[in-house]
Design a binder for this molecule. Structure first.
Ligand SMILES: [Zn+2]
Ligand SMILES: [Zn+2]
Ligand SMILES: [Zn+2]
Length: 133
């Protein structure tokens, strides 16, 4: 919490109570805005949707969290303090899991086969989770 306070302050944001609560409800598991609001509700914290969206957007800007969008166009958010990875989403229930890949060859191939200076990439997997298959 001290770290995020510093980072927010550096960008001119105050660590308000809602921001603090929203940050505390984030995890390394990707969550949608609705899931975050549900989590807050369970703790008896009421923060309106607009505030949650705005707060998450500023956290993304500060690179405190990462936003991923899946096929259904719903954004999910997770803490950004761990290594680069990808996700697999269940096509039936929407559950999301992290996948760590050795992608050196893939990135090399992308660089080789394109005239662009490759900076980032977006790669998502889809399938059925343990419960659904
Ligand atoms: Zn990757
Ligand atoms: Zn599933
Ligand atoms: Zn993840």
């Amino acid at each position: 919490m001290v770290e995020i306070k510093k980072q927010l302050a550096a960008k001119g944001y105050r660590l308000t109570k809602p921001r603090q609560e929203i940050f505390a409800s984030l995890d390394h598991e990707p969550q949608s805005v609705l899931q975050i609001i549900e989590k807050l509700k369970k703790k008896n914290i009421k923060i309106d949707k607009v505030t949650v969206y705005r707060t998450l957007a500023s956290f993304v800007e500060l690179k405190l969290i990462e936003e991923t969008q899946f096929k259904n166009k719903i954004s999910v958010y997770e803490l950004a303090d761990h290594q680069h990875h990808h996700h697999v989403q269940c096509e039936k229930c929407g559950k999301i899991e992290d996948i760590c890949l050795d992608e050196k060859l893939l990135i090399q191939a992308a660089k080789k086969n394109s005239s662009f200076q490759i900076k980032s990439h977006h790669l998502e997997f889809f399938g059925l989770c343990k419960k659904c298959h």
